[in-house]
Design a binder for this molecule. Structure first.
Ligand SMILES: [Zn+2]
Length: 269
């Protein structure tokens, strides 16, 4: 079995102490591919460096909603919505990065209602990412917390021509179906391991397998039973096993399908 962790913050300091040994352990368990999402301009280079040093790594370039307020343009004028020069500046930064061969997607970007940053600013920044992804013909990695209706509205207004992943999908079957119709894959992660996540589990049991990819979001989003601990890409097979159980399939079938989906989406070979 081979596994692709389509969303792992392997560059974060939580992995500084044991990064090399951890990737060895992952490979021994069949996890041979990993995508590092972008969170902010200064971090993309670190992701790129890791990709150069590890087999099977790729990354994305984008601005995560949680990092918006740390950006210099936001600090200058937090009350203002993104001006045209600011939007152009951000787009140019991402555009310079996505020419790197290991940079396979734009993101992670998106909408998060659990943070103080205004939704207006988040939506404008999301639109910048969608436009740029269309320009450079790349998929998007999208973060969405309690803002599915707003995100769906944004994606209907600004069509993402190369689709992408709704990372750490949590929501109903109807919601999932709408993303699939818009050309998106759903990222299946730790949430699916929690029995109380009934709506999400039911959705992911029913959505056709060709629209799902696996992810950990490590070091965040620990699996059931591992709350409070660092999450790790080595738990991908456990997520696959839970998804297999929900769908009445073998873990090997989940591994094969989600592997093929991620490889196709990110044009890996
Ligand atoms: Zn993430």
């Amino acid at each position: 079995m081979q596994f692709f962790d389509s969303h792992c913050h392997f560059d974060f300091i939580e992995f500084n102490a044991d990064r090399v040994a951890l990737w060895q352990a992952c490979k021994a368990k069949g996890i041979t591919r990993l995508l590092i999402p972008g969170v902010a301009p200064g971090q993309w280079q670190r992701a790129a460096q890791l990709c150069a040093g590890y087999d099977g790594f790729c990354y994305a370039a984008g601005i995560h909603p949680h990092w918006i307020e740390q950006q210099p343009w936001f600090q200058k004028d937090p009350a203002d919505l993104l001006s045209e020069p600011t939007r152009d500046h951000i787009a140019a930064l991402i555009q310079q990065e996505v020419v790197q061969p290991a940079c396979v997607a734009v993101g992670e970007c998106g909408l998060d209602k659990m943070i103080a940053t205004s939704l207006d600013v988040q939506q404008q920044l999301l639109a910048v990412h969608i436009e740029l992804a269309n320009q450079v013909h790349k998929p998007l990695i999208i973060h969405c917390v309690r803002a599915h209706n707003e995100l769906l509205a944004s994606l209907k207004k600004n069509k993402a021509n190369h689709g992408g992943v709704i990372h750490a999908f949590s929501g109903s079957y109807e919601m999932a179906q709408q993303y699939v119709e818009l050309g998106f894959y759903l990222g299946v992660g730790g949430t699916v391991t929690y029995e109380r996540a009934q709506k999400t589990r039911a959705a992911l049991a029913k959505i056709p397998l060709e629209h799902l990819v696996l992810e950990t979001d490590a070091p965040d989003m620990p699996l059931q039973g591992k709350q409070g601990q660092r999450n790790s890409p080595e738990y991908i097979p456990q997520i696959a096993q839970v998804l297999a159980g929900l769908r009445g399939l073998d873990t090997a079938e989940i591994a094969a399908a989600t592997w093929a989906n991620a490889m196709a989406l990110f044009h890996c070979n």
